[in-house]
Design a protein around this ligand. Sequence first.
Ligand code: SF4
Length: 444
Amino acid sequence: MSSGVRLDEEREYDRDGPLLELEGVSKHFAQESGLLAGLEFDPSEFPPISVDRERVLAVDDVSLAIQPGETLGLVGESGCGKSTLGRTILRLLEPTEGDIYFKGENLADLGGEALRQRRSDMQMIFQDPQSSLDPRMKVGQIIEEPMRAHDMLDDEGRRARAKELLEKVGLDPRHYNRYPHAFSGGQRQRINLARALSVDPDFVVCDEPVSALDVSIQAQVLNTMERLQDEFGLTYLFIAHDLSVIRHISDRVAVMYLGHIVELADKEELFENPQHPYTKALLESIPVPDPRETGSRGVLEGEVPSPVDPPSGCRFRTRCPRLIAPEGYDWTDEEWAQTRAFMRAIKRRTFEPMAAARIEAEFFGGSLPGGEAGSIVDEAISLVATDRGADADGDDDSERWAAATDLLLEAFAAESICARERPAYELATEYGDGEHVAACHLHR
Ligand code: SF4
């Protein structure tokens, strides 16, 4: 793979085609691990001291297209790269690699004045309506500011447009001279909307725009955004971690995990026929509205791994309940399912120390898989069992659990296709005729 932003020539813009196309877009950050931790000394080099920065792979090789007038929902847990992707599309962050075509023009090629001009077509709404509005400016000035920056209209024209936009977003134009603190959270987000729309953009990245609002206010703001989309012919990339918000507003949905898009489909297809284990886990984690139920229906196990050193192959594999059996062992589906559950329990240390026979009974119904797989499992059990040999009595407890984890992960998890190849499969759809892509080897 080449490094650096590719400088492809502009392409013909097909007005029936996508408004925005991403091809292999990555955004990596350099991160120093501590004040001196990254310093390396090598007397054979000049200069002899260098800083070894870790690379955070926040967004990694993302390709997708957004059609004019649609809302593409982008969902995933916090820290999965959604906001970084939104900012990279708008070139608020420089892409490390890849191409971003907006109306056929490669944004990666643009700089200076050309980029500034293009920015009026592409706006962003941020999560926190409080901090994104300057408290010292009156609402009218706030809405006029982008128009002024892009030399749109004269003073009178800008004032008239600001008042008109206040009305369009559901606020009273007579409040033009008020300061942001006089408005509620929902109203402040409406001011943000008016400001973004002031320069008549085609495309708006909405980064968690309703997450800070009460649920009752969320629906009202979302409805306003939908109305404005129709009226102004807008295209939205709508970023949210909340699936019910995504379901309300999106036409299509992209699910992001640790810098990769793992599933992409029309909204109905994604919600009714999810095919990626991560999407399924997210859907099962939606809180149940029934007050007699507590908590959520399912929980994603474990933490999102560090984007500095993401898992090979499928990035979800360290948390995936469906990890595919490695080849080379002769076992039944049930034996693999038992081994997988045992491996996860050892890794997360989710059971109290007990005798080997009890571990065998609890995880394997009293009978281990046959052949080499069984011998490896047996070895792992004997590392953590309370009745392991007397010679091991002095061993450190956590070291033995770590050794059992390494043994199982290296023998089984690292040998799975899930660890060896990055998945990407196009699937047949059950709802509608849009594309359905899932990055999961279960569909190989
Ligand atoms: S590729 Fe493997 S690890 Fe990844 S989601 Fe599919 S089954 Fe799970």
